[in-house]
Design a protein around this ligand. Structure first.
Ligand code: FE2
Ligand code: FE2
Length: 336
């Protein structure tokens, strides 16, 4: 939406214009007028998403130095670097809404902003790396593909590239699990154990059930969100059950049954009290994740200071050059 008008638009008209852009499936851009609550919702959501990408590097980063082969190490390194990139695109998208990245990082490490609860679980074996790729990145894809059509332009555009990389993450996870399943009995048991531990937390990645998700309706009306939490969760289960069968693992849900009428899988209810506990800081690794993030931020202070000093030096040099050029111009012209 670009309001090319000579005079300021009255508030009501601006709101109507905003609504019209949303209804026409066009994008809201950073300089456009938007309701304060729309801006605040996006800042919260994009920041939480960016924090999740960055904190999400930790569980798998745990295995970088112990990867079973050079090939696996190269794949895992590439994936962790992708996640860092996702975090950076998303912080940049949040900044277009008028917040500062330093402020968002501060809110994360002081516990005032959240990240996805899934990253508070530990990675006990290398099979966890595969299961995270398959289930956690798989759930992220279900959540994020509809965000490519989000009404806020910078967020929607960032999601296009992120989703392409997430699908690589999911495939590498599945390929790793397939390799383990073709291995020894102990390796197959290791995969099953990882699936048992990650299945329910993966289902919780879609957030509470629709009845307990008060902000969903408004986010859907603004076309930030396109589907409810329960719709996305069902979509994920329908996508994953045949993959589990092909892999030869059992999903740890005795209520999992094909529903002929609906043409989808019925499944059990996650333990919502566990999600509440983990969100409120009592997951297995909450403290460790934030402490590590804080330490990394503090250790990196010299890099930020050096970059700022260098940028200042470049600006000063550019300023001197401009002044010199201004002085030299008449002489040069005379010389021609
Ligand atoms: Fe990512
Ligand atoms: Fe990923």
């Amino acid at each position: 939406m670009t309001a090319e008008v000579a005079e300021p638009v009255p508030a009501q008209t601006q709101e109507e214009l905003f609504e019209a852009v949303i209804a026409a499936e066009q994008r809201i851009e950073p300089r456009d007028w938007m309701p304060d609550a729309y801006r605040a919702t996006l800042i919260r959501q994009i920041a939480q998403h960016a924090h999740s990408e960055i904190i999400g590097m930790q569980p798998e980063g745990n295995w970088l130095t112990r990867a079973p082969s050079l090939r696996r190490k190269a794949i895992l390194l590439a994936k962790a670097q992708d996640e860092a990139g996702h975090g950076l695109y998303l912080y940049a998208a949040a900044e277009t809404l008028g917040v500062d990245r330093a402020e968002l990082t501060e809110k994360l490490i002081s516990g005032r902003q959240k990240y996805s609860s899934i990253f508070n679980y530990p990675t006990l074996t290398y099979a966890d790396v595969g299961v995270i790729g398959w289930l956690v990145d798989g759930a992220a894809i279900c959540n994020q593909v509809p965000l490519c059509r989000c009404s806020y332009g910078p967020y929607a555009r960032a999601m296009v590239r992120i989703c392409k990389e997430e699908s690589f993450h999911q495939r590498q996870g599945y390929e790793l699990l397939m390799t383990l399943m073709r291995g020894t009995e102990a390796q197959r048991r290791m995969v099953q154990d990882a699936v048992d531990r990650w299945w329910w937390p993966s289902l919780m990645m879609f957030g509470p059930s629709d009845g307990d998700s008060p902000n969903t309706a408004r986010s859907m009306a603004w076309r930030i969100k396109r589907h409810t939490n329960d719709e996305l969760r069902r979509r994920f289960v329908d996508m994953t059950v045949p993959q589990a069968e092909h892999l030869g693992v059992t999903l740890p849900d005795p209520e999992l049954r094909w529903n002929e009428e609906r043409g989808g899988w019925d499944f059990g209810e996650p333990d919502w009290s566990e999600l509440t506990r983990v969100i409120h800081g009592q997951g297995p690794c909450n403290t460790q994740r934030i402490e590590r993030r804080r330490a990394a931020h503090e250790d990196g202070a010299w890099v930020r200071e050096a970059a700022t000093a260098y940028a200042g030096k470049r600006r000063a040099e550019a300023g001197t050059r401009t002044a010199d050029e201004a002085q030299n111009t008449p002489e040069q012209e005379n010389g021609k």
